[in-house]
Design a protein around this ligand. Structure first.
Ligand code: CO
Length: 319
């Protein structure tokens, strides 16, 4: 799942984050298990995403598959279509149907005890017209994986991503980035840019990171399109509304600091009450509501993403 750059410069560019805990064997096993599950989910996605299939059915099938395989969805299945770059997941009564030629970014999040596999692939529904665009994102992430190791500057990764994409005649999306991963945290430092941002932040041993080049034939920037179905705990505060309190308790217990979907809550809190409570929780800062992000010039967007563990010999858990 992608990270949107809100400010011109991230605070973390000035800070060196010390990794307190080194990655032990148990942690590595959990990261690997999450990665294996995510790979199987991608294989299933490729089978079931076809013309005339409902996006909601696909999202639910893939989320159920994660649970069947012994993991938990780390966020609602993101299946953003065409110029929508990220953070779209169908609502509980969404009627969207995949059409021939749709370019679908399947961004899968799996966690095992909070240890996350974050991995995206792009599928063109029943056609191959956008093959070059999709290939460019795959080759960009490959080039990044080839050089990612403890000690390398994140700007060097951004540079190879940018060069690979531009050599194919496309643009990287500059304000979407890869990121670090920690237990129950999907967006932690460092930022992994998709262009040479001149940052001298380095990858460090013990980090888990997601590298996710977004490629477009547009200008290479995303903007907020509309509110998504995806929320996340932000700064929980006391609320009077009983439904809102119930939601906060569910979130803190089940989803913790990972993103979750409105339609997941709909199984426990019904209808109108859910809408009102969510609105109140967003207004008082308890929850963050993600925006669906679209390419500003309505360019077509492809994305490929993998999760890496920065061990002495780095491993890719999702490949
Ligand atoms: Co991500």
């Amino acid at each position: 799942m992608s990270c949107l750059v809100r400010s011109k410069r991230n605070l973390e560019d000035f800070l060196v984050i010390e990794m307190e805990e080194k990655m032990d064997e148990k942690t590595i096993e959990k990261y690997k298990k999450a990665g294996d599950i995510a790979k199987k989910v991608h294989a299933l996605a490729r089978e079931i995403i076809k013309p005339n299939v409902k996006a909601l059915d696909v999202a639910e099938k893939l989320e159920n598959e994660i649970i069947k395989l012994g993991g938990f969805p780390a966020w609602p299945m993101n299946i953003s279509i065409n110029e929508i770059a990220a953070h779209w997941t169908p609502s509980m009564n969404d009627e969207t149907v995949f059409k021939k030629g749709d370019v679908v970014k399947v961004d899968v999040g799996v966690h095992v005890d909070g240890f996350i596999a974050d991995t995206a692939r792009t599928i063109e529904v029943g056609d191959t017209k956008w093959n070059d665009l999709i290939k460019a994102s795959e080759e960009a992430v490959r080039a990044a994986i080839d050089i990612a190791k403890p000690g390398i500057e994140v700007s060097k990764i951004g540079a190879v991503v940018e060069d690979t994409i531009k050599s194919k005649g496309f643009n990287p999306i500059a304000n979407l980035t890869g990121h670090g991963l920690q237990e129950y945290e999907n967006h932690t430092p460092p930022t992994i840019p998709n262009f040479d941002n001149k940052s001298n932040v380095k990858l460090e041993k013990g980090m888990a990171i997601a590298i996710e080049p977004f490629v477009t034939n547009g200008i290479g920037r995303v903007v907020d399109a509309f509110n998504s179905e995806i929320y996340m705990l932000e700064n929980p505060k006391p609320v009077r509304n009983a439904t809102a309190r119930k939601i906060l308790n569910i979130v803190m217990d089940k989803y913790k600091t990972l993103p979750f979907g409105k339609r997941w809550l709909a199984k426990e809190v019904s209808g109108f009450g859910l809408e009102i409570a969510l609105r109140e929780l967003v207004r008082n800062g308890s929850l963050h509501n993600f925006s669906v992000l679209k390419e500003e010039s309505n360019g077509m967007v492809a994305q490929t993403e993998h999760t890496l563990l920065m061990l002495d010999e780095p491993i890719v858990t999702t490949l």
